[in-house]
Design a protein around this ligand. Structure first.
Ligand code: 5GP
Ligand code: MG
Length: 178
């Protein structure tokens, strides 16, 4: 079994490159079919989605715009604690068909907040395209319009996803060995 060492942790390959690419092509085809005649605006979320977005968008043949966004976390004044702010959205999304491109949806809290923030700016529609989803970890309901693969509730790295900043630069996806 192919293993990957990232800092103090050992990971084992769980999704090989070929499987990822097959699913990326499937999702890209679905998007092309669903948005035929439209000019969607893709919003990949940095840092994690950079590799997925690069692969996905090479397969999308629609006329489209691509603009990267990032989430900043900070301590809010409310007792709810952490509030995430969408930064880098230097575009007017009014009347646009927006497709958020994410690496992974875990609790769903990040995506729920992002959708809420974008909806305030009156887009024509907001869809979510996530490379990975952990269905058993979802804490809130989020509409996931496109998903390459569902995975168990384990910690993974690779293909853009990091452990403590490292491990993003692999073609395959790896799962932490317990
Ligand atoms: P959520 O708000 O859905 O709980 O969190 C989503 C974010 O948590 C993802 O965008 C990603 O940055 C991080 N995350 C969730 N699960 C994993 C995982 O298994 N591995 C890594 N590296 N990051 C994860
Ligand atoms: Mg992410």
């Amino acid at each position: 079994m192919k293993e990957l060492q990232v800092k103090d942790k050992t990971f084992a390959i769980s999704i090989p490159e070929a499987k990822i690419q097959e699913q990326v092509r499937r999702v890209a085809a679905e998007i092309c079919r669903d948005y035929a005649g439209e000019e969607p605006l893709f919003l990949p979320v940095l840092n994690g989605a950079f590799m997925f977005a690069a692969d996905l968008l090479r397969e999308v043949t629609l006329p489209c715009e691509i603009s990267f966004i990032k989430l900043a976390s900070y301590q809010g004044t409310q007792s709810t604690g952490e509030i995430r702010e969408v930064i880098g959205l230097g575009k007017d999304i009014t009347g646009r068909h927006v497709i958020i491109v994410e690496d992974i949806i875990d609790s769903g809290l990040t995506m729920a907040h992002m959708i809420e923030t974008l909806q305030l700016q009156n887009p024509a529609s907001v869809a979510v395209c996530s490379c990975l989803v952990k269905p058993d970890a979802l804490k809130v309901q989020v509409p996931i319009n496109y998903c390459c693969m569902e995975i168990p509730n384990d910690f993974i790295v690779g293909y853009g996803l990091d452990y403590d900043g490292f491990g993003r630069n692999t073609r395959d996806i790896y799962t932490l060995i317990k």
